[in-house]
Every structure is written in C-alpha cells, then in structure tokens.
Ligand binder design. Structure first.
Ligand code: COA
Length: 391
C-alpha cells in the first residue's frame, strides 16, 4: 500500500533545444562587455529552439524517458505548465499525451502563472496523489523564453522543459508541508495575447522578486516551516543565475544571517550549472536548479532542500523537500549532460533569423524546415492546426 504521507518527485527528466547561442556572440554583436553577461547576470549561453521545436516537442522530449522507464500505469493526470502557450483554448499537454501514446483514461490540463506555473502543477499533483496514493501525475513544465531583439531582456532568453513524475513513496525528493505563499498584483513581466515576445520591466521584476522572497518566507515561517539553517541547499527560480544570488542574499539579510560569499556559494552554487548554459526556461528553471543540485552534489540523502518559485505578476511559493535514501540510483545525470552537450552553436545572424520566424495567420499549409534531430518535431501549421511528428 503506497504511503499517502510521503509524496513527491519520483523521477525528473529535462530536455532543451537543438541550438545554443553563446553570450560571446551576443556581446560581439551588440558591443557589450562580456563581463556583464558572464559575471553581471551569470549567463554563458542560451538555448535556441530550431524552427520545428516548440513547447510541445520540448515537453514530449522531457517526458518520454519517464514513460519509457515507468510506463503509464497509474498516470491519470497530465498537468502542463507554461507561460509560452501556443493556443488560447487547447492544452499543449494534449499534444504531448498523443505523442507519448498515453491512455485515453487521462485528464490533461494547462496551467499558467508566468514562471510559477510548474510549482502550482506540482502542488496540485501532490493533492491528487494524496487523495489516491495509487495514482501518479505527470507534471510537465515547458517554456520558450522570448524577449524583443536588441532589448535588455535579450540576454536572458532560453528554452527547456522539465518533466516530473509525482507519486507516493517517491524515489528522489519528498515534498513537505507547509508552503509559504505570496501574491501581489505587479506589472513586472507580462505577455498580452497579441504578442510573441514578453514585455518586461527588468529592474521592477528584480524588486518584485525580492519582495516575493520575503513575503513567501514570512508566510512559510508563520505556517510552522523549518528554520533557515536546516537547509542543505536552496533552489531558486533563475531567470538568470545572478538572480538566485541576489534572492538568497536578500533572504539571509532579512533573517539576520551573514551574507558572506562562501555561505551563499555553499547554499546554492550547485543549483546554477544547467541554468547558466540553458538560459531562462521560465517555469522549468527552479526544477532545472534541482536537477543540477541532485546531479552534482556528493550525497544529499536525508537533507532538506528549500525551493523558491517565483512567477512575475506575481505569485511565489517557498517550500521544502527532503532527499530520499537511494536517490542517486534514479538520477539521469548522463542524459542531462547529453541534452546540453548535443546542442549546436549558432551564430548571431542565424539566431536572429530563428527569433524573427513566425507562422502566417492565413490558415494555409506551412511546413517547417526539418532542423531538429530530436524525437519530436513540429512538422507544419496547416489549416490553423499544429501538425507534430514522431521520428
Ligand atoms: N562586468 C561585470 N558586471 C557587469 C558589467 C561588467 N562589464 N557591466 C554590468 N555589470 C553588472 C551590473 O552591475 C549589474 O549587476 P547588479 O544587478 O548586481 O548591479 C548586472 O551586470 C546587470 O546590469 P544592468 O545594467 O542592470 O543590466 P540591464 O539593464 O541590461 O538589465 C536585466 C539586466 C536582467 C534586468 C535584463 O536582462 C532583463 O530585463 N531581463 C529580463 C527580466 C528578468 O529576467 N527578470 C528577473 C525576475 S523574473
């Protein structure tokens, strides 16, 4: 009988794009000192989707290894979290459900709240498993982060998907009660329905993020959460990796702790390895932080890990997980490194061309060039319908 009191992340897998743009190429194009990108924002490169990749192909690529390992038995719900939705009505997860050949006895839904959506999906999944511990929920966080060319946000783009299987008696991380939650109506980042690229007030978004850290931590302690010193590591939402450092220094400050570099690096240094080369993956980014931590840390068995999930607009949640004994046997470290290493570098001109691509809205037949070498591709837009292919 599965244990309803121990629920969490049973498996975690991520996928990223076919192409990558090194920040050196962006700096060379726009005349920026590379120190601003490498040190100032903490980014080395960013993932760039091929013309035939989108949140569906990335989400399917992230989730396929989970289904290959565990099968689909007990998965009755798929929750797809995204900010970069491709349709106002149909959930992107329905395409993924089809590409993965999941059973028809499944509910599929899409969730949105900027970069926070995946955490809402994780919490909803935990609720469903709590109700019936025999069930497992597939959570997919998939985003393509797109800002205007030649804007300050351009350096903080990227794309990736994280898939998580949520179950009772999880093999990786048990998610704990309580959560600290925080909502404030701010306009730091948003994307009106008629736009492909997000609008952002960069400095406002940093301020709003820091306020949300403070607010969600305050609620977490009021709900009876752990003291700060309990945590072996902190996974923050990382729109650019320097943001995690800013957030953690702020949290240490408001809780009366020293903010020396050694402490900050010890607390979160291992969580930034994937985000620093993938770039912003919006709602997946905090879970890429977890993947990097689990894949690299010596041994976290029994240790508490803190999560700070932030989505502009804004909603935040501070919560904790405990790493489960034996977790290292279930990691996908090699596959994760391969997902990063397989990307092909593009030059600035090619990246710009991909960035400017969009489908005509005329309802015609618009095949996409075959560029991705991944298992799933967006083959065309035909009669206003997205046509996907599995290789
Ligand atoms: N060497 C080292 N550091 C440098 C540098 C150099 N040559 N030049 C600048 N920097 C530092 C700056 O001091 C600054 O660091 P600080 O924030 O610790 O003071 C950092 O690099 C960024 O410089 P800034 O002038 O603030 O950059 P910007 O105006 O281009 O904006 C963002 C940066 C992140 C705000 C912008 O990319 C953006 O809007 N991104 C999207 C929004 C986002 O991701 N928000 C996060 C919350 S969700």
């Amino acid at each position: 009988m599965a244990n309803a009191s121990a629920i969490g992340i049973h498996d975690l897998s991520f996928a990223t794009t076919e192409f990558v743009l090194p920040h050196t190429a962006l700096a060379e194009y726009n005349g920026t000192d590379i120190g601003k990108y490498h040190k100032g924002i903490g980014q080395l490169s960013m993932s760039v989707p091929a013309a035939d990749e989108d949140i569906v192909t990335l989400g399917a690529a992230a989730a396929a290894p989970i289904i290959a390992r565990h099968g689909s038995d007990g998965i009755r719900t798929v929750v797809f979290a995204t900010e970069s939705s491709i349709d106002q009505a149909k959930a992107a997860g329905v395409y993924v459900h089809s590409l993965l050949g999941l059973p028809s006895a499944t509910r599929v839904v899409e969730l949105k709240q900027a970069c926070y959506g995946a955490t809402a999906a994780l919490q909803f999944a935990i609720g469903l498993v709590h109700r019936d511990p025999a069930q497992r929920v597939l959570v997919i966080a998939s985003d393509v982060s797109k800002y205007e060319l030649d804007s300050p946000g351009e350096a903080t783009q990227g794309a990736a998907a994280v898939a998580m299987l949520v179950s009772a008696d999880p093999a990786l991380v048990r998610i704990e009660e309580p959560s600290g939650v925080f909502t404030a109506d701010v306009m730091d980042f948003w994307r009106p329905n008629y736009r492909d690229a997000a609008l952002v007030d960069g400095q406002e978004s940093i301020t709003a993020y820091l306020q949300a850290v403070e607010g969600s931590w305050k609620d977490y302690t009021e709900q009876g959460g752990r003291p700060l010193d309990d945590f072996a590591a902190f996974c923050y939402h990382q729109p650019f990796t320097k943001m995690a450092y800013k957030a953690h220094r702020h949290l240490l400050n408001v809780t009366g702790h020293d903010t020396d570099d050694d402490r900050v690096t010890r607390d979160l240094g291992l969580t930034t390895a994937y985000n620093t080369v993938i770039g912003n993956s919006y709602t997946a980014s905090v879970y890429l932080g977890l993947a990097a931590l689990l894949d690299q840390a010596d041994d976290l068995t029994g240790k508490a890990v803190a999560f700070l999930s932030y989505g502009s607009g804004s909603v935040a949640e501070f919560f904790a997980g405990t790493v489960v004994p034996g977790y290292r046997e279930h990691l996908r470290t090699e596959a994760h490194r391969e997902a990063i290493d397989r990307r092909k570098a593009v030059d600035y001109a090619r990246y710009r061309e991909l960035h400017e691509r969009s489908f005509p809205a005329d309802g015609g037949d618009h095949p996409t060039p075959a560029e991705t070498t991944g298992a799933f591709r967006l083959a065309a837009l035909r009669g206003h319908k997205r046509i996907y292919e599995t290789r």
